[in-house]
Ligand binder design. Structure first.
Ligand code: EPS
Length: 375
């Protein structure tokens, strides 16, 4: 089974992961992985941390040359900012420097009580979205493999604050090029201007803003997931994985929130044969029926709340003194929706490859490729 564990603190030496269960004999393109890492670092609304880091993945095992061996793969990304935090990270915090005021919406309060810490910094270091760098690297290895199997994952920003982009075909290359060249990953230029103005406004005011992301997967074979048990349903597996991304509060599969398609007769994806090929009149179900991929594109929308580190003081508490106070400021991004779009592509890549390997059970990439090509 394909699985991974990752570790590392936001300002620690490095982020690391062990990815196990990859088939052997796949030629990995490390530049592809590093390109995903730099895509994750981009986007309007990023904070100053991204000026410090230039994320690069090193692969320390699981490859010979650039070929996978079937051995567990270890991936490492060094944190450049560690140099600035070294003293701090290697020593216990002095009492007067301990963080005891939680930010509403972050892991601060729950971490403080759950792990019985005296310093919220212990929680911040791991709950930080910095962890998404290593998760992106893991997913990018899978995404690279999926591309070789003819499966492609694309994404765009759907909305930031109240502004919504047009619903475009992500697999139209001209459309996608424009989205990839947009600082906020949208198609409409006027929407882009409005979104950027909103982010500037938030930055000046000391506030943050959320939004939503559309992801689509093309080329997924019919039959991933299963309806026989609750924990094998592909829609559940994908939404759990996306939900685990920092800040995501809802996941939509297909087009269920579309108020124009209320009735079954409007929403359901009718079938017909054309030139002996089974076709669908629509894809409102998002490519998954009864927890199983049906061969149509998988369509997902993820909804992200505003980042909890706001400069504007919010009402909070001092957990050491049991008093009412206002929050302290922690460096952060203004808007995390653009990087989340890239992270989600890679989270989905890991889950889709995992499900493919469950169905096709091949340890050799070439055999896996033959199986998929036969379909
Ligand atoms: C992030 C690194 C973090 C944050 C951000 C994402 O770095 P630092 O805490 O040093 O500024 O900028 O994390 C959050 C928004 C968060 O709430 O934790 C990154 O690498 O993407």
């Amino acid at each position: 089974m394909l699985r991974f564990l990752d570790s590392g603190e936001s300002h620690g030496k490095a982020l690391v992961a062990i990815l196990e269960g990859l088939p052997a004999n796949f030629c990995l393109d490390l530049d592809f992985v590093n390109n995903e890492l730099s895509r994750r670092q981009c986007g309007y609304g990023r904070g100053n941390r991204m000026k410090i880091e230039k994320d690069k993945a090193e692969i320390w095992s699981g490859l010979r040359g650039n070929k996978t061996t079937g051995n567990p793969m270890s991936i490492i990304i060094f944190n450049k900012d560690y140099e600035n935090w070294k003293e701090f990270m290697e020593n216990e915090t002095k009492d007067e420097e301990k963080i005891v005021i939680p930010r509403p919406g972050h892991g601060d309060l729950v971490g403080y009580f759950k792990y019985n810490t005296t310093d919220i910094r212990d929680t911040i270091e791991r709950s930080s979205a910095r962890e998404t760098a290593i998760r992106t690297a893991v997913g990018a290895v899978c995404k690279n493999m999926l591309l070789e199997l003819g499966i492609e994952i694309r994404s765009k920003v759907n909305s930031i604050g109240p502004y919504k982009d047009s619903n475009m075909d992500l697999f139209d290359n001209r459309v996608y090029e424009r989205i990839n060249n947009s600082d906020v990953r949208v198609f409409d230029k006027t929407t882009e201007i409005k979104m950027k103005k909103l982010i500037d406004y938030c930055k000046d005011k000391g506030d943050t803003v959320g939004g939503s992301i559309k992801v689509e997967v093309k080329g997924v074979p019919l039959g991933l997931g299963s309806y026989v048990h609750y924990d094998r349903k592909l829609d559940g597996i994908l939404s759990m994985a996306i939900m685990s991304l920092q800040g995501i509060k809802a996941v939509e599969i297909g087009d269920i929130l579309n108020k124009d398609k209320v009735f079954g007769s409007e929403f359901l994806d009718e079938m017909y044969f054309e030139d002996k090929k089974l076709k669908r009149a629509s894809n409102n179900g998002g490519g998954i029926e009864a927890g199983v991929s049906n061969g149509e594109n998988i369509k997902l929308t993820a909804y992200m709340k505003p980042i909890p580190s706001v400069k504007l003081p919010l009402q909070s508490v001092n957990l050491k003194e049991n008093t009412n106070v206002t929050t302290r400021y922690e460096r952060s991004d203004v808007c995390g929706v653009v990087p989340a779009s890239i992270v989600i592509e890679n989270i989905v890549a890991f889950e889709i490859l995992k499900e493919i390997l469950k169905v096709y059970q091949q340890d050799d990439f070439n055999k896996l490729k033959c199986d998929i090509q036969k379909l």
